[in-house]
Design a protein around this ligand. Sequence first.
Ligand code: TEU
Length: 533
Amino acid sequence: MPDMGERSRWWERGVIYQIYPRSFQDSNGDGVGDLAGIEARLDYVAALGVDAIWLSPIFPSPMADFGYDVADYRGIEPMFGDLQAFDRLLAAAHARGLKLVLDFVPNHSSDRHPWFVESRASRDNPKRDWYIWRDPAPDGGPPNNWISDFGGSAWEWDPVTGQYYLHAFLASQPDLNWRNPELRAAMMDTLRFWLDKGVDGFRIDVLWHIVKALDFPDNPVNPDWAPGRNERDRVIQTYSTDQPEAHAISAEFRALADSYGDRVLIGEIFLPNDRHARWFGTPERPQVHLPINFQLIENPWDAAVLRRVIADYEASLPVYGWPNWVMGSHDAPRIAARIGEPQARVAAMLLLTLRGTPTLYQGDELGVGEVLIPPDRVRDPQEMRQPGIGLGRDRSRTPMPWDDTPFAGFSTVEPWLPLNPDWPVRNVAVEAVDPASMLALYRGLLALRRSRAALSSGAFTLVEAEPEVLAYERRSGDDRLLVALNLGAATRALPLADETRGASVLASTLAPRPMDGTLAPNEGVVLRLGEAR
Ligand code: TEU
């Protein structure tokens, strides 16, 4: 767990802020956010103290999967603006010292993409092989047992040309064929298009999905699956994901990004540690800079579990691999809904003091919690396809509450998704002037992280602690910090009693107080060590 010292680069040292464009700020009164809206709110983002923004997809899209179904990789969805609006946003971000990362969706396009319209036109169309077409099984059914991540067969029958096409997600999101060199070249060109404009990198959607096993064997049946669970998990995605050829393409992405200088690639990858770490590539042939680490989202909020998760993840990293952490996203449940606000404050401290690049999801800095979506307001296709089993993602995509004016200052009309019910009191304007707010906590932690190399790039060591307490030391040179987080509801002894008595408190999830050797319920602290008398 080395001290990266002065060697750290912006994407190592910095904090990424994920913006879900449909829900950040509406500027034209259609109830949906847009690029001009984001531009208007950039001062807020810069003042928060983050270093980069990642925008979920902003490309032309029929919005079957809210932008993850791209109909033109080089344009801007009219609902969001146009290329001029994008250029203005990029310049405005850069003028504030913010990097801008786009969402690249290589696994599939929209079925409205002109490439697919051609591909499905006839078997001998030049773009036929840009997608994945197969003959039916001997019984006329789908070519194999693969299941879409959104439920149902991953194969859709096309009566016109008498073949099935593959879709890992919706039928309106056909999978692209990355084994086809022309498709590959066309996609590389789209990356160049945005890199030439000056974007600072890409988050790459479902990167581990992009190549499938050559002969399309059946996936192994999952013996642990039971009805009522996510249908996706009926089979194990052995042959439909994580193929060696995808790693080779990931290395090509990296070579292209590196040819533009200091850009970043963030790969969306859900895999166990050993296979996850392979996406860093090797020093000779690197792949993505940051394979997204979802473990704080996927594991229970439990000190002993998290301790093991952190240790195992750190141990799994190659020496040249830089860690990263994320606690929320447009897919995952809200952290404050999952563990409650007092512990969400502890979670904020964890996210911003671990070793590695944190990604903060919009609204989590306000502590936005549970939002129940009435049945008539559900928009998420994942929820609509498998209703009522907890897969709905709308709950994390609700509009940013900015103030207590109508529609929370997000829009002048009813927004596309409901606001958080407590928006009149839980919004940016209210929290900005309350020193005890979640927003104030985030701003304080972000400023602390920025000011101390021990946090942004220093060494990391877990420290023994009482049950329900997660503790670790961060260190850079002489600067030694102890982070101690009480994940429980009992008062606990602070670790390192000799050193922490009287130590200065650099941050606290509660009202700061002199350290007396204890950690109160829900208390998390960052202490400066090495000052004891
Ligand atoms: O998500 C990929 C993914 O694995 C999802 O199926 C995720 O597990 C699920 O949404 C969690 O509830 C990415 C995007 O982040 C997601 O929004 C898209 O729908 C999906 O890819 C398809 O592009």
